[in-house]
Design a protein around this ligand. Structure first.
Ligand SMILES: NC(=O)c1ccc[n+]([C@@H]2O[C@H](COP(=O)([O-])OP(=O)(O)OC[C@H]3O[C@@H](n4cnc5c(N)ncnc54)[C@H](OP(=O)(O)O)[C@@H]3O)[C@@H](O)[C@H]2O)c1
Length: 324
């Protein structure tokens, strides 16, 4: 990123999908750092975005724009006048969807390209694209004992064969973003978080929050003892901001903190909150996954302990009445 940016101008940024779980936490961080934020939402004045206007400094420094990822003109209006863009919006369904091409792939891929084109038009200094470990780790041919880093990509054919449409949507979208960046010279940095937990600010329940809520509430007879690879939403927001502010940031960054098997996670939750309706049994499955955030740590990133993430998540669910 050019170091000649006027400080004040650098402080006007756009966040797509402002009302979502990750974006809300990011906007809170940006406002607390005196950024002026253009947030995109699909419907202005919808009650599900009310939490945004309650954030500190929102009344002076947050402006919401109605925009859809598939409506180029709406993105141009939201991005106009900004020097940085945080492209966070993408569909993250909690379960399989009937028409993945329309519901997932198109908004993820064409939506990302629309955002990037609008960024070129607006001469944006740097774009932070929120990708996912879903674009990194789904590769059956990767040696199980070898740690995955930013050179790793999910195998698109494998995603298709296994009908893992969300992983496919993120893998295609991120690959297209890099192609676009190469072609146009647009400065793009990608952050690839694993499962994001932590306190919710929004009123609706997003997919990753649902994973933890179900462990607490569902009372499953049996679940697979799968690995959970967790990062705190506030640490993801820090990583995203660091990716924007650090001139030396480049390429992709895996953003993860804790690797824990489902049973160990449930034991930990039980030790903190003994009285929820936890899974009763665990069946063993083969899953070795090693992911490293060393590159992000070298940029100066550090993260919270897991107990803090779990406690703050559950307290926020309680406050929202989700555990009644
Ligand atoms: N949570 C995780 O565990 C996790 C892990 C890795 C990566 N990520 C990535 O982080 C980003 C945010 O995820 P999240 O967990 O915060 O999910 P979320 O709460 O469901 O937020 C997704 C956001 O995308 C917006 N969106 C979806 N389709 C859109 C469209 N066609 N036009 C405009 N906006 C659209 C949604 O808008 P509405 O509010 O209008 O529905 C929502 O604000 C995604 O890119 C996701 O892939 C998340």
């Amino acid at each position: 990123m050019a170091s000649t940016v006027v400080e004040k101008a650098r402080k006007v940024v756009c966040v797509t999908g402002a009302g979502g779980f990750v974006a809300s936490s990011l906007i809170k961080l940006l406002l607390s750092n005196d950024y002026i934020v253009h947030g995109t939402v699909r419907q202005l004045n919808d009650a599900k975005y009310a939490h945004l206007n309650k954030l500190d400094k929102a009344s002076e420094n947050l402006k919401l724009f109605k925009a859809d990822l598939l409506d180029y003109g709406s993105l141009v209006s939201a991005i106009h006048g900004c020097s940085g863009v945080f492209h966070v919006a993408s569909p993250v369904p909690p379960a399989s969807v009937p028409n993945p091409e329309v519901e997932l792939i198109e908004p993820a891929v064409n939506g990302t390209l629309n955002v990037l084109k609008a960024c070129v038009e607006a001469k944006i200094e740097r774009v932070i694209y929120v990708s996912s470990s879903a674009a990194v780790a789904l590769n059956p041919n990767w040696p199980k004992d070898q740690v995955m880093d930013e050179t790793c990509w999910s195998d698109k054919d494998y995603c298709k064969r296994t009908e893992n449409w969300y992983c496919l949507s993120k893998t295609l979208a991120e690959s297209e973003a890099w192609e676009f960046s190469k072609k146009t010279g647009l400065d793009v940095v990608a952050i690839c978080p694993t499962l994001v937990l932590g306190p919710i600010l929004q009123s609706n329940v997003n997919s990753s929050t649902l994973v933890l809520l179900k462990l607490l509430k569902e009372g499953y007879d049996s679940i697979e003892n799968r690995l959970r690879v967790i990062v705190d939403v506030r640490d993801v927001a820090d990583a995203i901001l660091m990716g924007y502010e650090k001139p030396e940031a480049e390429g992709r960054y895996i953003c993860t903190s804790h690797l824990i098997k489902a049973k160990d996670l449930v034991d930990k939750l039980k030790s903190l909150y003994p009285n929820y309706n936890y899974p009763k049994k665990f069946t063993e499955v083969e899953n070795d996954l090693k992911l490293s955030s060393e590159k992000l740590q070298k940029l100066g990133w550090s993260s919270r302990p897991l107990n803090e993430t779990l406690t703050d998540s559950i307290e926020s669910y309680r406050a929202a009445g989700l555990l009644d």
